[in-house]
Design a binder for this molecule. Structure first.
Ligand code: ZN
Length: 134
């Protein structure tokens, strides 16, 4: 079951400058920064009520974020939905015909297990499922 929008991911070129920009925009500080080496990204998180904003900066040119910015520039990169049980949700969506970028859940930032659906099966929107690690 999809419970809520957990966060919205925004691709940025310079996370230090963007942290300042979004701190001004929201009138509050980010609550964590975290490098996810396997994804080649630095991330930072702002809490807005029940939802978060995740900023993502590439740490190498092979990172998906580097390729995204090269093609489309900075901007909204993905929408992440909070799920109760990621395996269950993945198998439900596979049965519904959705395609996945990664066939198995993997570790993501902010204490989550995550997976991405392929945007070609979701009207061009990159969808992330995430389950809080227990
Ligand atoms: Zn995310």
């Amino acid at each position: 079951m999809i419970k809520k929008i957990e966060h919205i991911g925004i691709a940025v070129k310079d996370i230090t400058r963007s942290n300042e920009l979004f701190t001004k925009l929201f009138g509050k500080d980010y609550y964590k920064v975290e490098a996810v080496e396997s994804e080649g990204v630095n991330t930072s998180f702002f809490m807005l009520g029940e939802t978060k904003i995740e900023l993502l900066q590439a740490t190498n040119e092979n990172s998906a974020i580097a390729k995204f910015i090269e093609k489309r520039g900075e901007g909204i990169h993905h929408i992440a939905y909070d799920v109760e049980n990621i395996e269950e949700e993945m198998s439900r969506l596979k049965n519904e015909g959705f395609e996945f970028i990664n066939p198995q859940p993997k570790d993501g930032a902010d204490n989550k297990r995550i997976c991405f659906l392929h945007p070609k099966s979701t009207n061009g929107v990159l969808v992330e499922l995430c389950e809080e690690k227990r």
